[in-house]
Design a protein around this ligand. Sequence first.
Ligand SMILES: Nc1ncnc2c1ncn2[C@@H]1O[C@H](COP(=O)(O)OP(=O)(O)OP(=O)(O)O)[C@@H](O)[C@H]1O
Length: 255
Amino acid sequence: MLNIENVSKAFGGVQALYRVHFQVREGHIQAVIGPNGAGKTTLFNVITGVYAPDEGRIVLDGTEIHGRPMHELVARGIARTFQNVELFPSMTVLENVLVGRHVRTRCGLVGAMARWPWVGREERQSREAAMDLLRFVGLEEAAHKMSGDLPFGWQRLVEIARALASEPRLLLLDEPAAGLNAVETEALADLIQQIRSRGITVVLVEHDMNLTMDISDRIVVLDRGRKLAEGTPREIQSDEAVMEAYLGRKGQGKR
Ligand SMILES: Nc1ncnc2c1ncn2[C@@H]1O[C@H](COP(=O)(O)OP(=O)(O)OP(=O)(O)O)[C@@H](O)[C@H]1O
């Protein structure tokens, strides 16, 4: 579904990614792991058009997508969440999810302001769809609360619901378990698997090894911008180079 083809990206003298190459298969949960500074977030940022790669290609369903603006990528079925949750704190939970939904409505924001005849019906449908998603992530009760007032773990769920509201085929989750407690992390693991059951392919950057090993179909390991290893969780767990990257340089890997 998604081909990352020899992608490189440097910031000044720092080679954040160097000829990174792998494929994400449709219907998989694909994890990207690696010690701090390995290039994981940079990879997400290149996939989602925040940065253009210095070299290489990102190909979604046979179409080159690198360097395209985010709104075009959303229209093609890509959605993401951020390492630091990025919601509109003074909007309600429901409104935040509706923001993600507007890309799929005929009227969009302009139509909503112009009050074209079909807008009322479409807005109603959007609200229903947004409420369905809040039910799906377990936050129906919080729909009318201000997002900024929610506990951090719930804000993460709102962000996931907002990403799902654009009806993606490919969902990129950047460290979704960061800042969550053990119970919340377990619930998140369930949720990610349910998202996959809905036919959505998931790419996951994550430091929590238990979560990653439990739910991923395949794992790519980055280290200092290069692909170090790739395989199933079992293969990665017994890979010596990976062990060395995590354990051999204490203080750089988080777990
Ligand atoms: N905008 C930027 N400007 C300069 N350097 C950057 C920028 N973004 C990332 N880097 C550098 O690129 C390297 C890779 O960073 P990146 O954030 O992609 O790693 P990461 O694997 O996501 O790390 P972490 O696990 O700590 O989030 C690091 O050395 C980082 O300092």
